[in-house]
Design a protein around this ligand. Structure first.
Ligand code: NAP
Length: 310
């Protein structure tokens, strides 16, 4: 079985930064990238708040920069999905694909995935009107009416993106105020002819046609009970994220929403397992905070390994 100082699981900003720091500290590292390095920024059109890019930077461009930073570094990269992590500090076994790896420490950087709405037919209509990625699927709805659900940064940002493509965007939110950033709210307000806010409302029903897929949604005002039919061909769901942690043992402590609990050094409740980025229980989920977490986790893992060797 191959042995490494650290297994880094996930290759978004947190995982790539952790890899960079650990390799530069002289550690042997295996980085599990799964599908593609870059993580959620690959699904972001433009990042306007990543320091150093005052005019903003496209998500895929920033991802390319991150990945380029790994070039020439001495590390092992794997595309296999990690299935399990067992063992204890200094001797973890990470199973991925058909192989097992022995790793002294583990840094979990698997991020989070979009939650579903839980409305009847949502699963069936995925790819036929229901989507969780405007950047990936928005173009299918060029000049057509679409709806977005949610009130966080993702919903606001993606409504702005879709407003450039779709004929009309209904932004459906269950309350009358948004938790997303003011700057996005102001940009949306300036597009009031194109983006209609449907507030205090939830999606009750998806309407579909066997051939065309989604044809509309029925929304219900939670204050008045009044129902309204919106004729849309696309529904983009942004109602929060859930962490990717299925492969971890239950001893790794989670918060009530399943995110991994860490201390300020990114240590989880299991010695030798660290967590960084969106998978962690924390206030601010941003590419820049994920990168910061990755650096801290790497440094903490390095210090721990020095103690193990001493
Ligand atoms: P989020 O901030 O957790 O917001 C989720 C939204 O969905 C909330 O408005 C919530 O309503 C609503 N919601 C939750 N469950 C719902 C349901 N069952 N039905 C209808 N609405 C529901 O999630 P997010 O927008 O995906 O963002 C995740 C994290 O990434 C956040 O920390 C966010 O700041 C960060 N992010 C940052 C940027 C950026 O800075 N550019 C971009 C994207 C994401 P309530 O408000 O009523 O709870």
């Amino acid at each position: 079985m191959s042995t490494f100082d650290a297994a880094i699981i996930g290759s978004g900003p947190a995982g790539i930064t952790a890899a960079l720091y650990l390799v530069r500290s002289g550690c042997s590292v295996i980085l599990f990238e799964n599908l593609a390095a870059g993580g959620q920024i690959l699904q972001t059109e433009v990042l306007e708040n990543y320091p150093g890019f005052p005019k903003g930077i496209k998500g895929y461009e920033l991802a390319d920069f991150f990945v380029a930073h790994l070039e020439g570094l001495k590390l092992t990269r794997s595309r296999d999905a990690v299935e399990s992590v067992r063992g204890q500090i200094g001797a973890f076994t990470v199973k991925a694909g058909d192989a097992e790896y022995s790793c002294r420490t583990v840094v979990v950087c698997t991020g989070a995935k979009h939650r579903t709405l839980g409305v009847e037919g949502e699963d069936r209509l995925q790819g036929r009107g229901v989507s969780y990625c405007a950047l990936c699927d928005g173009n299918f709805y060029r000049d057509q009416p679409v709806a977005v659900v949610g009130g966080g940064n993702s919903a606001l940002e993606e409504s702005l993106y879709l407003a450039k493509i779709a004929r009309k965007v209904y932004l459906i939110h269950r309350r009358d105020s948004f938790r997303g950033a003011q700057v996005y709210q102001e940009k949306l307000a300036a597009l009031s002819g194109k983006v209609e806010l449907v507030l205090d409302s939830v999606v009750d029903q998806l309407q579909a046609d066997l051939i065309a897929g989604l044809t509309g949604v029925v929304v219900r005002n939670v204050k008045t009970g009044e129902k309204r039919e919106l004729k849309v061909n696309g529904l983009f769901v942004y109602v929060g994220m859930e962490p990717r942690v299925d492969f971890l043992p239950p001893e790794v402590e989670r918060d009530p929403r399943g995110f991994l609990i860490t201390d300020t050094e990114m240590r989880t409740s299991v010695p030798g397992i660290f967590a960084a980025g969106d998978v962690r229980s924390k206030l601010c989920r941003q590419a820049v905070t994920a990168a910061g977490d990755g650096a801290t986790a790497a440094q903490a893992a390095f210090v721990l390994m020095e103690q193990l060797h001493a």
